[in-house]
Design a protein around this ligand. Sequence first.
Ligand SMILES: NC(=O)c1ccc[n+]([C@@H]2O[C@H](COP(=O)([O-])OP(=O)(O)OC[C@H]3O[C@@H](n4cnc5c(N)ncnc54)[C@H](O)[C@@H]3O)[C@@H](O)[C@H]2O)c1
Length: 256
Amino acid sequence: MKLDGKVAIVTGSGQGIGEAIAVTLAKEGAKVVIADINEETAQGVAGRIASSGGEAIAIKTNVTNSSEVSQMVEQTLTHFGRVDILVNNAGTTIPSPTEQLSEEDWDKVVTLNLKGTFLCCREVGKHMIKQRSGRIVSIASLAAHKGLAYIAPYAASKAGICGFSRELAVEWGKYNINVNTISPSTTVTSLLQRYFEEQGIDPKAHLKYVPLERDNMPEDIANAVLFLVSNDSRNITGEDIVVDGGTNILYWPEKG
Ligand SMILES: NC(=O)c1ccc[n+]([C@@H]2O[C@H](COP(=O)([O-])OP(=O)(O)OC[C@H]3O[C@@H](n4cnc5c(N)ncnc54)[C@H](O)[C@@H]3O)[C@@H](O)[C@H]2O)c1
């Protein structure tokens, strides 16, 4: 197994993409910390990993609160003795035309997506520096690279995650810590499926903008994370992998 003996913290892993990442890392032998603000869903994921033979614990954590983040890292060290992998996945968006966006909503999105990533990197980084090894992957978005209306704080914070991660990659390279990002396009989580159903949106309509004509699934993101936290990518740092079926490379939105 690729991650035998490794300890991984995955934030926001009580559902969606984070859950798929936690399950994938556990299948490869990692001991996983499900760090989510929702204790119930976090316990559920940890339980499902344990019942399929993996090892996981749930730690209720608000990643925007520095003392909760530092307690979560301490609890991880007490329980598992080390931290090898950090996946910053917790994130949110509050769509709005920018001229109507409140300062409060801007702060909510940027604080969770960008400050949450900084706080987790800072706390986990202290231990990775002592260990002289570590892997950090943060989930950005295609919105970090491409224009899309009504998600200004989301796009700004996700582009911020890419810049922040490149900076860390330079700063912490000498400690053998790789820092990379993944930029997914719209990913079909159960929440999104429900939303399509409720709104009567054809779930396949967007595939005309996808050269591979395939939905982006949480497992596609999880597999890219697995690559970036395994030894297969040991000489890759400060990079971003776009996982989107090719949407990003289209010159015109409608493919020929
Ligand atoms: N789903 C998509 O289409 C898509 C596309 C590109 C990027 N992303 C990014 O992937 C990540 C996961 O997306 P998702 O669709 O699975 O999201 P989701 O909303 O389904 O799950 C987010 C998880 O984060 C947790 N969370 C929220 N606030 C938190 C906090 N303060 N501290 C700790 N945990 C908190 C939630 O409880 C939840 O379990 C996000 O960063 C998102 O921006 C998603």
